[in-house]
Design a protein around this ligand. Structure first.
Ligand code: PLP
Length: 439
């Protein structure tokens, strides 16, 4: 690890200098996000295109991180660039406070992909989740939100709760919570229907917010029947089911919702659908939209606390329209999924031939490996399998040889511009890293 850190420092003098110059001026993200696992300074971006980024020192990197899904359509895809440029000139930017026809097209496209009737827009997936949860509380009149232990839904206060032997507790590492999360939230492990049923029986849960498969800590797939059970239990308890498809949209154009025939009340999404421009969206089932319409007529007249000046802005929607209709098409998904299968098979072969105590799991266009010989079934098991030092070594080894992946969950994502040669190069470098470890 020390040798890879030294090589990283030597290889990236301009990033190091940029960091030295700006460290007192720039705080937080983007300075800290990816820097933790590097050598004390972040890699600065020079430019990006398709499946590649070029850092400030001019190294071209094969990008399998893709903005942790935000660039799943590839960097600056041509149709999206053209649409945003045109709409910027025509519509005067992102601060108009008026809907455009693009909004209708994007809503119709999302409705047909996810099977949910009515869509509203936000600026990020975090916003979409926050606003969906506010609506859920307003519609049900109940105070609490239930999430899966160690799931991640953005900086949504209610979601920072984990299960433990002594009961629920705030998720470690989140600073400045505004409220005691054990009072606003409930938690159950993914794949544990009995615990979910027990928690819902308290009668105070407005919504279950969950990913259909956990993605932020390796991929944790649902057991057969688990998601059907979740739907049955939430329906019986009058609890809204919110599927966060921000990452699981890798499963296909309609995420897991369409791929697995799910019927949530709400779907939230962000990142990928904007083609690199910030956006979030939440969709309501026809039944829920009708419920909201009736409540709005009666007493939910003022939806203060939901929305924002830039939510649903013209540029985000121009970007989303082009991205959905021209970039993240059915055939692009076929290409991305085939490459992900090739990558996953390659990692599996490494695991087998080198006798590594790892597992690798694919969900459509994304694939993540985990340092545990048995596939984790929930967030707590997956969290236990973290090996920060090994993760850092692999991340740096790959970066020093021109391959970028998402470090904190070892995630490799394909975009429409990724090629089979890119995947094979990634596998060759990963193989060399592994052999360094095992020789
Ligand atoms: N939902 C899921 C499942 C996520 O993984 C994330 C971020 O990683 C979010 C929501 C929040 O996305 P953003 O940070 O773009 O708001």
């Amino acid at each position: 690890l020390a040798a890879e850190r030294a090589a990283f420092t030597e290889r990236n003098p301009r990033s190091a200098a940029a960091h030295a110059e700006s460290r007192h001026l720039l705080g937080g993200v983007p300075m800290t996000w990816m820097a933790k696992s590097l050598a004390g300074f972040p890699l600065y971006l020079g430019r990006a295109s398709g499946a590649r980024v070029v850092d400030l020192d001019g190294h071209e990197l094969l990008d399998f991180c893709l903005g942790d899904t935000g660039a799943m359509a590839g960097h600056s895809p041509a149709p999206t660039v053209a649409a945003v440029t045109r709409r910027y000139a025509e519509l005067g930017g992102a601060t108009t406070m008026m809907p455009t026809e693009d909004a209708e097209v994007v809503a119709a496209e999302l409705a047909s992909r996810f099977g949910l009737a009515q869509w509203s827009f936000a600026l990020s997936a975090t916003d979409a989740n926050r606003w969906a949860l506010r609506l859920a509380r307003a519609l049900t009149g109940r105070p609490r939100i239930l999430v899966n232990s160690f799931s991640y839904h953005g900086s949504v206060d209610e979601s920072f709760i984990v299960a433990g032997p002594e009961g629920p507790r705030p998720r470690p590492g989140n600073v400045g919570p505004p409220v005691d999360v054990t009072e606003t939230s409930r938690v159950a492990e993914f794949n544990d229907l009995a615990e979910l049923e027990r928690q819902l029986a308290f009668g105070d849960v407005a919504a279950v917010l969950m990913e259909p498969a956990l993605t932020n800590m390796g991929i944790v797939l649902p057991d057969p029947g688990y998601l059907i059970g979740v739907r049955a239990l939430t329906r019986a308890a009058g609890v809204l089911l919110v599927n966060d498809e921000t990452h699981t949209v890798s499963a296909g154009p309609g995420g897991c919702t369409r791929a697995w025939g799910l019927s949530p009340d709400v779907v939230t999404i962000g990142k990928a659908i904007g083609g690199g421009i910030p956006i979030g969206a939440y969709g309501l089932s026809a039944e829920l939209a009708e419920r909201l319409r009736r409540r709005t007529e009666l007493d939910l007249v003022d939806t203060g606390g939901i929305g924002g000046t830039l939510a649903g802005n013209a540029l985000s929607l121009a970007a989303a329209r082009a991205t959905l209709t021209e970039v993240l098409t059915d055939s692009a998904y076929e290409h991305m999924t085939a490459l992900s299968t090739r990558y996953t098979a390659g990692v599996q072969e490494l695991i087998t031939t080198c006798g590594l105590p790892w597992t690798v799991t694919q969900l459509g266009a994304r694939s993540e490996y985990r340092f545990t010989p048995v596939r984790p079934r929930n967030g707590t098991e997956s969290q236990r399998a973290t090996d920060v030092e090994l993760e850092d070594f692999l991340h740096l080894y790959l970066l020093n040889r021109g391959v970028l992946l998402t470090p904190f969950h070892n995630m490799a994502l394909m975009c429409p511009q990724t090629t089979a040669a890119d995947v094979d190069r990634h596998l060759t470098v990963l193989g060399a890293a592994v052999r360094t470890l095992t020789s």
